[in-house]
Design a protein around this ligand. Sequence first.
Ligand code: NAD
Ligand code: UDP
Length: 313
Amino acid sequence: MRKRILVTGGAGFLGSYLCERLLNEGNDVVCLDNYFTGQKQNVVHLLNHPYFELVRHDVTMPYFVEVDEIYNLACPASPIHYQYNPIKTMKTSVMGAINMLGLAKRVKARILQASTSEVYGDPEVHPQPEEYWGHVNPIGERACYDEGKRAAETLFVNYHRQNGVKIKIVRIFNTYGPRMHPNDGRVVSNFIVQALQNKDITIYGNGLQTRSFCYVDDLIDGMIRMMNTDDKITGPINLGNPGEFTILELARKIISLSDSKSQIKYMPLPADDPMQRQPDISKAKAILNWEPDHNLEDGLLKTIAYFKETLQL
Ligand code: NAD
Ligand code: UDP
């Protein structure tokens, strides 16, 4: 049966893939975005689809629409963008959650929150299971994002406990792929753009900090599986690729896969930059029967090809 689905942040990197997948599965999709970090260009190919609607709106303001499901993705995700206006970032997470949960309650929709591995902060438990409460600096430069997302999780569970709203929380670990914004400052897009231009690769700190990188198609598959679980499954559930790499290893891989002459340049490490990050995905495997399909090289090759073509490098 065709479902009507609202995707907030739908013109962003992940949101645009999600809209596309939901339309391909025969749904009616309302994509809402204020274009802060997203772009119309990400969804322009969907505009002629008869079951696609694009709405310019800011989630900090109430919005009403009759839908069966809501995917709440609206929030800048890259550190340079979420730190640009930290008060607005926190409002987006907190007021956005309140507005979307209020809507879910009113129209009895299921609602999924795109939470983040950042709720674990700079983790002291490795890899990170969902039971870990995290290690977050509440007054640091990343707090507007981390604490905003943590407060959003609190709102989600309380709308569920108090009002019976059907919630789903996924904690997304670093995800990459074509359609990332070339200037959003995230490590994969930065390194690929630098490598393709034979410019210095900017490693912050000594490059021994680790991240685990998930290819976008795998992530979207996990999100949709989560939305389609029984009402009693609320999460949080980690979604990410457990393959863990140092940032230096990532730089070397990208230089080699893009046949680049770039050199590595070391720069200061930003404040509160987590030293390690790797998802424990046992729950996603058991409950969603999900695990990522792409290894890092496959995903990087696709992403390099995308940047080569779109930036004509
Ligand atoms: P993105 O910046 O490309 O997308 C976010 C979208 O939200 C953009 O289109 C932006 O314009 C929109 N937006 C921002 N503030 C808004 C507001 N107030 N009202 C309406 N729209 C607004 O980032 P992304 O990587 O696609 O991330 C999507 C979601 O997934 C975010 O909530 C992010 O926190 C979460 N997430 C992403 C990753 C990742 O690695 N990509 C990891 C963890 C969590
Ligand atoms: N990073 C880096 N060079 C860059 C961009 C990022 O060394 O040009 C590092 C950053 O300090 C962090 C890691 O790469 O340790 C991942 O950064 P990103 O901003 O992609 O995501 P997050 O820190 O939120 O995981």
